[in-house]
Design a binder for this molecule. Structure first.
Ligand code: 4NP
Length: 158
């Protein structure tokens, strides 16, 4: 399975989500490909925000080597799932998606777009360290659910 996590800047939420997904896949012995990107180009080439690095390091996840990149057209055929961290970024993805693309688009907190609350991982960029920890915890819960649900759907996880 190939999964792309997407936020605005690719320096706060989606790198933390990438780290969480990588850790869960590794713990489950799944050879999944996980990546993250931003819909904006503000932070291309930059390492994750130090507060995101710290909130991840506190639970044993190293994200300091990740670098910001922007979503590309080819992502819509390279990945099985593209999960946005909030609705604004899902809308941006929907308008970028080429016709006939193969990737399934959804929200990290509502991958199948069933309208369950809460749907958005709030942007912690203008917040405090505690907001980054809360964000990481919210991502962890959602990721656990995603693995449980897609694990049941897949006969032969790869
Ligand atoms: P992210 O957070 O989308 O979770 O990476 C942000 C990072 C940077 C900005 C906004 C949100 N910015 O405006 O530069």
């Amino acid at each position: 399975m190939k999964i792309l996590l997407v936020c605005l800047g690719n320096i706060c939420r989606s790198p933390m989500a990438e780290g969480v997904f990588r850790q869960l896949a590794e713990q489950r012995g799944l050879d999944w490909q996980i990546d993250s990107a931003g819909t904006a180009d503000y932070h291309v080439g930059e390492a994750p925000d130090r507060r995101a690095q710290r909130a991840s390091a506190e639970v044993g996840i190293a994200i300091e080597n990740l670098r910001g990149r922007q979503v590309e057209k080819s992502d819509f055929t390279r990945f099985d799932w593209i999960l946005a961290l909030d609705r604004a970024n899902l809308r941006a993805l929907q308008s970028l998606a080429p016709a006939g693309h193969s990737a399934r688009l959804g929200l990290l907190l509502d991958p199948f777009l069933e309208g369950r609350e809460p749907e958005e991982v709030a942007d912690p960029y203008w917040g405090e360290m505690e907001d980054f920890r809360a964000c990481r915890a919210q991502i962890e819960q959602a990721a656990e659910k995603f693995f449980a649900r897609t694990g049941r759907l897949q006969k032969n996880p790869s």
